[in-house]
Design a protein around this ligand. Structure first.
Ligand code: UT7
Length: 332
């Protein structure tokens, strides 16, 4: 029997309606549209408004779009993996909330917390369940409501992040399409530069932690930037070498959207021209788990069967990595 690989057979995405522009941020913190645009490439980001609206509200429309496009019912999903750092609650997992909201009665699920590399970690994990032969339909969603952990008085972080999510359906393939390789890395030492100080078991919420604004993203941007450029581009370069891929044979780089300058550095290391790089940071900012699948969602119509895609990410943890996918279908 030929080897089973996990092919992406449908893509879905969702971004909330509210658009937070650089102009509006100028009214909240001391910044300018010009600074944000030149330092990050971001023009606007989406924000999920409304009481009791968590990350599951971003995931449910994604899952339903995927089912609709693939022509399946949610009851056919075997497993749902959600990559997020902004779960609806500490427990249960957001995947459980989503399966309930969409009526995926036969699915089990869990969340993966790997920050901006979460989608790569979840995709590789989901693929294992397909490759084992045990599961036929595994859904992988990356989504974050970053606005729930962003301090809108901190100009160094509030300009970067946004809310949104997207995902894919994985199904067995025996013709060599799908996820073919991944390099996944982590280094816990990097937690020093990017983390949320309170709200976990080490420092549970108290009046003091709230007053000290410790329930928001803490980031030392310059350090994170340095490690991101070095590690994301190195992982992307390594996955090309390991799979004998060249700048000509790679159709697309699908990079995490944290900063346009990090994306450019990664593309440069791979020898890729701008036309082969997916970029939507200008519209959504950094949606953490959502960035890579949101790129696939935006560019789906341009993808052709047999295209070689390199996905690459770097984020909190530190976590980073790169994946090699051979795209399984032509535009519909
Ligand atoms: O996705 C998860 C991983 N995260 C990342 O990959 C993010 C990586 N880091 C970055 O993208 C960049 O470091 C930032 C966008 C966060 C910051 O850009 P930077 O070019 O590294 O700026 P900087 O921190 O070196 O700051 C330069 C100057 C400083 O002023 P002085 O000290 O030179 O007077 C900052 O205070 O820019 C100032 N600054 C701002 N000015 C206007 C910082 N934020 C702002 C702002 N508006 N929003």
């Amino acid at each position: 029997m030929s080897k089973i690989t996990a092919a992406i057979t449908a893509v879905g995405g969702y971004v909330p309606d509210y658009v937070l522009t650089n102009k509006e941020l100028e009214t909240l913190v001391e910044t300018t549209d010009e600074w944000i645009t030149t330092r990050t490439g971001i023009k606007e980001r989406r924000i999920l408004k409304g009481a009791d609206m968590g990350t599951s509200e971003l995931c449910a429309p994604v899952a339903l779009e995927i089912c609709r496009k693939r022509g399946i019912s949610p009851e056919e999903i075997d497993l749902l993996i959600v990559a997020t750092v902004t779960p609806d609650m500490v427990f249960p997992a957001t995947a459980n909330v989503v399966t309930d909201k969409i009526g995926a009665k036969n699915a089990w699920g869990f969340d993966i917390n790997a920050a901006c590399s979460g989608f790569l970690y979840a995709l590789d994990t989901g693929a294992r369940f397909i490759e084992s032969g045990r599961y036929k339909k595994v859904m992988v969603i990356g989504a974050d409501k970053m606005s729930s952990i962003i301090d809108y008085t901190d100009r160094t972080t509030c300009i970067i992040f946004g809310d949104g999510g997207a995902g894919v359906l994985l199904e067995p393939n025996t013709e060599g399409f799908g996820l073919l390789d991944s390099i996944l890395k982590s280094d816990g030492h990097g937690r020093e530069y990017l983390h949320m100080k309170a709200g976990g078991s080490a420092r549970p919420a108290t009046l003091e932690t709230v007053q000290q604004r410790e329930h928001f993203v803490y980031q030392e941007g310059k350090m994170v930037f340095k490690y991101a450029v070095a590690n994301m581009s190195e992982a992307a370069h390594q996955i090309m070498e390991r799979n004998q891929l060249t700048a000509d044979s790679v159709a697309w780089l699908v990079p995490h959207q944290a900063n346009k300058r990090i994306i450019d550095a990664t593309a440069h290391r791979m020898g890729l021209p701008d036309e082969k790089v997916m970029v939507n940071i200008q519209k959504y900012g950094n949606t953490t788990g959502g960035t890579i699948p949101l790129c696939l969602w935006d560019y789906e119509k341009q993808l052709k069967k047999g295209d070689n895609l390199v996905l690459a990410a770097f984020g909190g943890g530190f976590t980073w990595g790169a994946s090699y996918i051979r795209w399984a279908y032509d535009p519909k």
